[in-house]
Design a protein around this ligand. Structure first.
Ligand code: FES
Ligand SMILES: [Fe+2]
Length: 440
């Protein structure tokens, strides 16, 4: 266990010690103090539409599951049988029927986790400490569960800020995504991609809002896509060029232009990257969608909804959301040098199929493990972790545009024309240090 003095020596406003990424003890401590304390995204309600449907998710080091009860309520429980500790479900998702039944000795449990039956309880347990109503004989629920617009979060700490207070301004990730649906709701597209990267989880979080890297790291991918895009445009197949544009933007938005974007950084480490990468064309599909939206919301509200200028929202410590394209990535640390990302996308309820195909294209072309973009990033993550594990240096620098950030009403923005500021990394580490010292 690192004490507060040790931890505070590791984080300076514009740099952090390498051990923050590589030390096993620090990893255990951040699982206990951050991931197993704050609100962590479990999944979307639409993953468990029917009673008995369950879906597993890791919160910090804890195997958890969410399950839909008969009354429609979504419960989040530890995936553990209270008898001898067997995981209640061994697969990722499924339907448990009327109740859970442990595969080891057939204890059964309600969807709420409450003990339902034990084989031959009278003859087996009379006179023992076990009686049917002892709470320790039920599956343990997450101390706090809350859902916002269908997105289910759990906190493994009894006390702390409520979900809305914790999310603060980053709540826009879910509002922006759902508001873009004519029915005001999204539904998950089963299933997700899962990638295990051989690097610390914080490298992923830092990269998500690193506006300096795209035109460097993804330049070759962007250039190749731009060549094809130009050819297609010449042949006047404008409809097909849009998906190439999702990739070519990584090269056409050159490094200097990324300074025009802006990051706004909030308490608890959350961050918004403004900008939309020019992905709002005026093709027939978009026009058909606009018409449905105007009918649903009226012109004024429609303009407000599609005018939200967000490219990316980071909900620290475990979520990266690209709301205008209905993309969500959940970060599940597995070890100090192993991180799982779940890569999801959503369907706007009531929107035409063509609009869904656009978010599917972005999912496949930019976020999936099949794309060069994701591979570009994964290579950097691994190389960073290797370098940080070496004796080649002691610090990681976050000094870009340090001292120029603008602080107002508790938010820290990158200064005008300084969108590539490392303000988001400084903000994340500030939150990290607070959590680790128990000051958050
Ligand atoms: S471990 Fe579950 S019933 Fe025995
Ligand atoms: Fe990237």
């Amino acid at each position: 266990m690192r004490n507060a003095a040790e931890l505070s020596g590791m984080v300076e406003p514009d740099r952090v010690r390498k051990e923050v990424y590589t030390d096993q003890e620090i990893f255990e401590q951040e699982m206990a103090r951050i991931h197993e304390t704050v609100w962590i995204y479990v999944g979307h309600e639409s993953q468990v539409p029917r009673a008995g449907d369950y879906y597993t998710a890791q919160i910090g080091r804890q195997p958890m599951l969410m399950v839909r009860g008969k009354d429609g309520k979504v419960h989040v429980l530890y995936n553990r049988c209270p008898h001898r500790g067997n995981m209640m479900v061994g697969d990722r998702h499924g339907n448990c029927g009327e109740f859970f039944r442990c595969s080891y000795h057939a204890w059964t449990f309600q969807h709420s986790g409450k003990l339902r039956s034990i084989p031959m309880i009278e003859s087996g347990y009379t006179g023992t400490r076990v009686n049917k109503d002892s709470p320790e004989l039920s599956m343990k629920p997450a101390p706090r569960v809350e859902s916002y617009r269908g997105f289910v979060f759990a906190s493994l700490a009894k006390d702390g800020p409520g979900l809305k207070e914790f999310l603060g301004k980053s709540i826009v990730a879910f509002d922006d995504m759902c508001d873009r649906a004519p029915e005001g709701e999204v539904e998950v597209v089963p299933n997700c991609f899962r990638v295990i990267q051989h690097s610390n989880w914080k490298l992923f979080m830092e990269n998500q809002i690193d506006a300096l890297h795209p035109s460097v790291t993804h330049q070759s991918t962007g250039r190749a896509a731009h060549e094809v895009e130009k050819k297609i445009a010449k042949q006047a197949k404008a409809g097909e060029a849009l998906s190439y544009h999702m990739l070519s933007a990584f090269a056409t938005v050159t490094i200097d232009k990324w300074d025009n974007f802006q990051t706004i950084n909030y308490p608890y480490g959350h961050c918004i990257l403004t900008g939309y990468m020019g992905l709002r064309p005026q093709d027939p599909d978009t026009k058909a969608y606009d018409k449905i939206m105007i009918k649903a919301y009226g012109k004024e509200r429609f303009d407000e909804i599609v005018g939200v200028n967000i490219h990316h929202v980071l909900v620290y410590p475990g979520l990266s959301v690209q709301s205008p394209l209905q993309q969500l990535r959940a970060v599940r640390p597995l070890g100090v040098d192993r991180t799982l990302t779940e890569i999801w996308h959503f369907r706007l309820k009531g929107a035409p199929e063509a609009i869904y195909r656009r978010s599917l294209a972005y999912y496949n072309l930019v976020n999936s493990p099949a794309t060069l973009i994701n591979a570009d990033d994964l290579e950097n993550f691994w190389k960073c972790h290797q370098g940080l594990s070496s004796d080649g240096g002691d610090w990681v620098s976050f000094a870009r545009h340090h001292g120029h950030d603008i602080e107002q009403d508790g938010a820290v923005s990158s200064a005008p024309n300084q969108g590539t500021s490392e303000a988001p990394m400084r903000n994340q580490m500030k939150a990290w240090a607070k959590y680790m010292q128990g000051r958050a």
